[in-house]
Design a protein around this ligand. Structure first.
Ligand SMILES: [Zn+2]
Ligand SMILES: [Zn+2]
Length: 323
């Protein structure tokens, strides 16, 4: 259910209306009134979004959003630009980032809030992991070539979309090309640990990602927990409790793609565990999640109340005192 996009592909933005801002798409319901609300999850051209950071801030102002956070995938490159535009426009811009974490049964994205975009301790590690992951995948592709399997890194990245590119995507491409009969066979013959095309991997694991954010003085928040694909609510609560012990401080319960009932249940879990509740629409503006609007998600029935920012700010104060 996660949006599929390819960071390397030019993203075509949604068409603009007469006012210069994205016109409602066919998917949209009546435009929701989000004046006075917030949106703590969105992407710009610095990752897989279709609009520049400054544009998002200007649109947020037009919609009357009080505060927003720019949370591009694995980069803080657009954050200072958004913050500068925020001071010009009178929109509070919270620095953010959405970190990709290795996790097999679903999608684990960790939101990191309130880290200064110039914090090199934070961004150097993100860059290093991206670099190593890229190098490793290329080594695997070259090795497959030596064994006569012609696949390109570009098609593997296209297969991965928004996810962290890795062996499961390589396996799927091998299957599509007819080199193996199943993805399992791809692992058994070529990609599995100790098989001929295996290379040591480097990606953030859950603990390292959470600890890295805390060490840098930021607030780690579990993005869209629904897509962790836990067995049931009890299992989700147990898992979030383990992550809290590692330093997790919040959960994005109010997420545009979450069924309304799940938002309520998830909020209950967060409250029981003493984790702050955050929310965001996850606007991309192009191929990825075309139905989601800034601040209001799909169908116009979604908004994030401004009170949630207070909880996040109190967590930020705690994080600074006790990184
Ligand atoms: Zn995400
Ligand atoms: Zn996102």
């Amino acid at each position: 259910m996660n949006g599929r996009g390819n960071r390397e592909v030019q993203v075509k933005p949604r068409p603009l209306g007469p006012d210069g801002f994205p016109a409602p798409s066919d998917f949209d319901g009546p435009p929701a009134d989000v004046a006075g609300c917030i949106d703590l999850h969105m992407h710009s051209t610095c990752s897989d979004g279709a609009f520049e950071p400054e544009f998002l801030v200007r649109w947020a102002r037009k919609l009357g959003l009080k505060a927003i956070a720019l949370t591009d995938h694995d980069t803080m490159k657009g954050v200072r630009r958004a913050m500068n535009e925020g001071s010009r426009q009178g929109v509070e811009v919270i620095p953010g980032c959405e970190i990709s974490v290795a996790y097999s049964q679903g999608t684990f994205h960790l939101l990191a809030y309130f880290i200064e975009p110039e914090n090199r301790q934070f961004t150097d590690r993100l860059d290093e992991i991206a670099h190593n992951r890229h190098a490793r995948n290329q080594k695997i592709v070259a090795k497959l070539g030596e064994f006569g399997m012609a696949v390109t890194y570009d098609e593997i990245r296209a297969e991965a979309g928004e996810a962290v590119t890795g062996r499961p995507h390589i396996a799927r491409v091998l299957l599509k090309r007819g080199y193996v009969k199943s993805t399992q066979e791809a692992f058994d013959l070529w990609l599995g640990d100790d098989r001929p095309c295996y290379f040591e991997k480097e990606t953030f694991g859950p603990r390292e990602a959470i600890e890295h954010v805390r060490r840098c003085g930021g607030v780690p928040v579990m993005a869209h927990p629904y897509w962790l694909n836990r067995r049931d609510l009890q299992d989700l609560e147990q898992y979030l409790s383990e992550l809290k012990d590692m330093g997790l401080m919040g959960v994005e319960c109010v997420y545009s793609d979450h069924p309304p009932e799940f938002r309520r249940q998830c909020t209950g879990i967060a409250q029981r565990l003493g984790l702050v509740v955050t929310g965001g629409a996850d606007f991309h503006g192009g191929v990825t999640k075309p139905e989601v609007s800034l601040g209001s998600g799909p169908g116009g029935g979604f908004k994030v109340p401004a009170e949630l920012l207070e909880g996040l700010k109190s967590a930020a104060a705690r994080a600074r005192v006790q990184p």
